[in-house]
Structures are given as structure tokens and as C-alpha cells.
Design a binder for this molecule. Structure first.
Ligand code: SF4
Ligand code: SF4
Length: 122
């Protein structure tokens, strides 16, 4: 009993151990693995990220030029970002917002301008 009273009295003069969420939002740590983002302008639709993904969360449609991620299937391992030859995938440090339905996120990859090839003149 005396120990408990001592604890209660000392706690009265300490700062609270918890933050006043949502008034005071918590900062993400820099190394937090959150959601994957893509810079579609650099993507070449090679499909490596899709093949390497252990959760089969990424789908590539080369005909429609789309890159799709099933955020609810993604386990935030970051392997796709490590494997991308164009470094166009980034692991952001914010989590995907909770939802009541499974949502997928799709981006359309713009077509790259064709590089003209030089032919030797005769
Ligand atoms: S690995 Fe990179 S360049 Fe290839 S399809 Fe995925 S995001 Fe695009
Ligand atoms: S972070 Fe991992 S699970 Fe998520 S899409 Fe990339 S490879 Fe797949």
C-alpha cells in the first residue's frame, strides 16, 4: 500500500506518458515502412516489381499501360522498390489509411517518346 501511494503521488508531478491524439499527432519515424508510391513518368512497365512481390500485390497491364497495387495485400516489405531498375518506387513512411473495402490504386504510365535512330546516309 505505501508503495502504491508513493507511485500515485509521484505520477501527479510527472508529464503524461501519452500524447493527446488526435489533437497532437504522432510523427512517423524516418525508417517507418508505410505505403508504396510510384513515379509513373520513370516507369518502363518492365514488370520486375510485380514478379518480385511476395504478396502478388502489384499488377502490370502493358496494353493499357497501367500499374496497379492492391494496398490491402501489400505487406510493406519494400522488395519492389529495391528491385525496380528505374528507382521509381518509394516506400513512404505513412501507412495506408484504414478502409472498409479493399481498394486498389492504379496509375497510367505515360508512353515514352520514341528516340529517333540515325541511319547512315549513302
Ligand atoms: S520495376 Fe519499376 S520500372 Fe519496372 S514496372 Fe515496376 S515500377 Fe515500373
Ligand atoms: S512492398 Fe513488398 S508486398 Fe508491398 S508491393 Fe512491394 S514487394 Fe509487394
Amino acid at each position: 500500500m505505501p508503495k502504491m501511494i508513493r507511485n500515485v503521488l509521484s505520477s501527479l508531478f510527472k508529464k503524461p506518458a501519452t500524447a493527446m491524439y488526435p489533437v497532437k499527432k504522432r510523427e512517423w519515424y524516418a525508417a517507418t515502412r508505410g505505403h508504396i508510391e510510384i513515379d509513373q513518368d520513370r516507369c518502363i512497365l518492365c514488370g520486375i516489381c510485380s514478379r518480385k512481390c511476395p504478396a502478388s500485390a502489384i499488377t502490370i497491364d502493358k496494353t493499357a499501360r497501367t500499374w496497379t497495387i492492391d494496398r490491402m495485400a501489400c505487406v510493406q516489405c519494400g522488395y519492389c522498390a529495391e528491385s525496380c531498375p528505374k528507382q521509381c518506387l518509394t516506400v513512404k513512411n505513412e501507412y495506408t489509411a484504414p478502409d472498409t473495402v479493399k481498394v486498389t490504386y492504379t496509375v497510367t504510365v505515360p508512353a515514352k517518346p520514341k528516340v529517333p535512330t540515325e541511319t547512315p546516309s549513302s
